[in-house]
Design a protein around this ligand. Structure first.
Ligand code: HEC
Length: 155
């Protein structure tokens, strides 16, 4: 009911703009992903987390401390989308719909307090990545690479 009222109000305010969804901007790192990650991920992937280099040198120590690699910039995120650790972001965040064993990735739970909250956040990541493949760097084809959207900011 609340949603319906909101939709009616929004339509009235926008003067019945054609297709509300069409008004929506493309998902970008700066406007959408970073703010979401600040809330849900930076406790373990923020400025106090080790760089990938440091993390890789002592994975077990950091994992035991519940600290993940620093993921607080666009460049670092590209590493886990299509760089050296390609697909890591998608494998970790997937809800189980695309994983070989049907189990969610181990960062999926951090997307929200329950599945209802996780679903739209996962969808936001999916829209941002644009090509939800779980393939690693060696398996990615040029065609795969061409399908990633991963906008940094809106122009
Ligand atoms: C409670 C701490 C914690 C939170 C919150 C958390 N992570 Fe993690 N994350 C870790 C730890 C620890 C690791 C490394 C151990 C492992 O590989 O599971 C990790 C690993 C990862 C990796 C794999 C990096 C690599 O290449 O090895 C990705 C990608 C990732 N997290 C994304 C996220 C995202 C996105 C969020 C927010 C939705 C998030 N994490 C929230 C602790 C956390």
């Amino acid at each position: 009911m609340k949603k319906l009222i909101l939709a009616v109000v929004a339509t009235a305010v926008l003067g019945g703009a054609p297709a509300l969804a069409g008004v929506q901007q493309a998902v970008t790192y700066v406007d959408d992903i970073k703010p979401l990650m600040e809330r849900r991920c930076y406790a373990c992937h923020g400025e106090y987390s080790p760089t990938f280099e440091m993390f890789d040198a002592d994975k077990e120590k950091y994992a035991a401390m519940m600290v993940g690699p620093r993921l607080n910039s666009y460049e670092q995120m590209m590493i886990v989308v299509s760089g050296a650790e390609a697909g890591a972001l998608m494998r970790r965040l997937d809800d189980g719909a695309n994983t070989p064993d049907g189990q969610p990735g181990n960062m999926y739970r951090h997307l929200g307090n329950d599945d209802e909250e996780r679903a739209p956040n996962l969808q936001l990541f999916k829209n941002w990545v644009g090509h939800w493949t779980l393939k690693g760097a060696a398996e990615l084809t040029d065609e795969d690479r061409g399908q990633f959207k991963v906008l940094e900011r809106s122009n």
